[in-house]
Design a protein around this ligand. Structure first.
Ligand code: PLP
Length: 389
């Protein structure tokens, strides 16, 4: 799935809404995070179509910025990167159904393992190919999503050691509340993970990579850096949590822009959009912007979200429709064809994904990840160069 178009193609095909993704910003962010990671390697987390930013371009930019590995949630995401020629190690964070193991091994995707049954199937498939396959053992240190429960690690490790076609290259876990700096639960997870590593060592498992940190922990807690940090959100210049704002020089990589399709003058008392929830206080000009919730512009932004046109802020007037929403632009010089910035910089102002997330009652991760495939991505600064800063 490549949704990349040039600006000219966006024009020619009449796309009224598009995302601009600055690959120079991604390279800069990854370099900044890697420099902060106490010498650990950095895995660029590019699942969810690179949090909506687009693959393979975002993944490639991360590698150019210094990431040595990539992380995805699904086998298909890894295959997409391989088909695009990405050669770096690609980790799949959960065990897929056994039917996917052939594809994983054929394309050198690095499996996460946490059940003996899955490890056995990987080992058998590796043996058939006459190969040893590197795997990363996932430990559940308290988030209770997937992973070997800490108390079972020693026995699972003994089984893995007996599977000669597997190389336990890594052992890892995931933090539940790293976005809240100095949370005692994170300390508990770090300690439990360390204890587990000692047990593994006793069982003869000496992994090359021990990893625990997401973006928040990378930014705030050097004790979590170990051999490898796994950074998603911060690589895109988005903040992993309110308390981490401004700690590092990160640059938001994504802007979402849409064209005004039509303007009209309405009278005081006229209502706008489904439900007529916006009623004009006085005669005014209404601009219709061609983006809606089918473009990832959430319906809960009705009457709440601000957009920028020519550096000025306008509040969404009434209900966000599937493909359009309206703005009361007063007397201002807004015309059909004007460009509205839904996310991103415009003149001296900016709308951040974080701002929209507050209105919607979600997190910035979801705001960008939900921008769907019908919105083309225009990639800026594709070639690594001086603009990276
Ligand atoms: C296993 C795993 N590691 C790392 C990350 C990256 O987290 P973040 O985007 O907060 O850096 C994620 C994303 O949720 C994840 O699922």
């Amino acid at each position: 799935m490549d949704m990349s178009l040039t600006r000219a193609e966006v024009e020619e095909r009449g796309h009224p809404v598009w995302a601009e993704v600055d690959l120079g910003a991604i390279r800069h962010n990854v370099r900044t995070l890697a420099a902060h990671a106490s010498g650990a390697e950095l895995m660029g987390v590019v699942k969810g179509y690179a949090y909506g930013h687009g693959n393979p371009q975002s993944a490639i930019a991360m590698l150019q910025g210094g990431a040595t590995r990539l992380g995805v949630a699904r086998v298909a995401e890894g295959l997409h990167l391989r088909q695009a020629g990405v050669a770096a190690p690609i980790h799949v964070f959960t065990e897929p159904p056994p039917g996917a193991i052939t594809a994983m091994l054929d394309h050198d995707l690095t499996p996460t393992v946490y059940t003996e049954a899955f490890a056995r199937v990987v080992s058998d498939a590796a043996k058939e190919r006459g190969r040893r396959v590197p795997v990363h053992l996932k430990v559940d240190s308290g988030m209770h999503r997937v992973g070997v429960p800490a108390e079972d690690v020693a026995s699972v490790a003994r089984s893995l050691v007996a599977m000669e076609a597997l190389e336990v290259e890594g052992v890892w876990s995931h933090l539940a509340v790293a976005d809240v700096p100095n949370h005692p639960f994170t300390r508990m997870q770090i300690d439990l993970f360390q204890k587990t590593l000692e047990e593994l060592d006793t069982a003869g498992v000496k992994p090359r990579y021990r990893h625990l940190a997401n973006s928040a922990a990378t930014m705030s807690d050097p004790d979590t850096h170990l051999d490898l940090v796994r950074c998603g959100i911060a690589s895109y210049g988005l903040w992993p949590g309110r308390d981490l704002l401004g700690i590092l020089d990160l640059r938001p990589a994504l802007a979402l822009r849409a064209r005004v399709n039509m303007t009209k003058v309405l009278e005081a008392g006229d209502g706008v959009s489904y439900g007529l929830r916006y009623s004009l206080a006085q005669r005014s000009r209404i601009a219709t912007v061609t983006a809606g919730y089918a473009d990832g512009y959430d319906r809960r932004l009705s009457g709440r979200g601000d957009v920028l046109i020519g550096g000025r802020r306008y509040r969404v007037s009434g209900t966000v429709c599937m493909d359009q929403f309206m703005l009361d632009v007063g007397e201002d010089d807004v015309e059909a064809g004007s460009i509205a910035t839904l996310i991103g910089d415009d003149a001296d102002d900016a709308v951040r994904a974080e701002e929209l997330a507050v209105h919607v009652g979600t997190i910035n991760y979801e705001v960008t990840t939900r921008i769907p495939s019908r919105v083309p991505r225009i990639f800026l600064n594709e070639t690594a160069g001086g603009d990276d800063g």
